[in-house]
Design a protein around this ligand. Structure first.
Ligand SMILES: [Zn+2]
Length: 99
């Protein structure tokens, strides 16, 4: 599924993939629930609401895109394919920006 997240549009506030690395979250989250849940991504290792930043993404990519939890890595994993589901601009959006 292509990335649909656009918090200014109430119909598009669902997040299904890690915004930084595109890892499939295995469910659908309201982006605020994800931001305030402080879960850690199995793939890129960001902590949502804390280190879910462009800087973390760039450091993760520069470091070879290593998995935080290698057991979660699919056998046929492709970084390029997974990154298509990412939205690194997610850091721009804060609750204050929303209508
Ligand atoms: Zn991630």
């Amino acid at each position: 599924m292509a990335w649909q997240y656009e918090p200014r549009d109430p119909a598009k506030r669902a997040v299904c993939h890690c915004p930084l690395c595109g890892y499939d979250l295995g469910g659908e989250y309201h982006y605020l629930d994800l931001k305030q849940g402080y879960e850690i991504c199995d793939c890129c290792g960001c902590e949502y609401g804390y280190t879910d930043t462009r800087a973390h993404r760039e450091a993760w990519l520069a470091g070879g895109a290593k998995w935080r939890n290698p057991k979660a890595r699919p056998a046929d994993w492709s970084l390029d394919e997974q990154l298509k589901n990412a939205n690194p601009d997610w850091w721009r959006y804060t609750p204050a920006e929303l209508p």
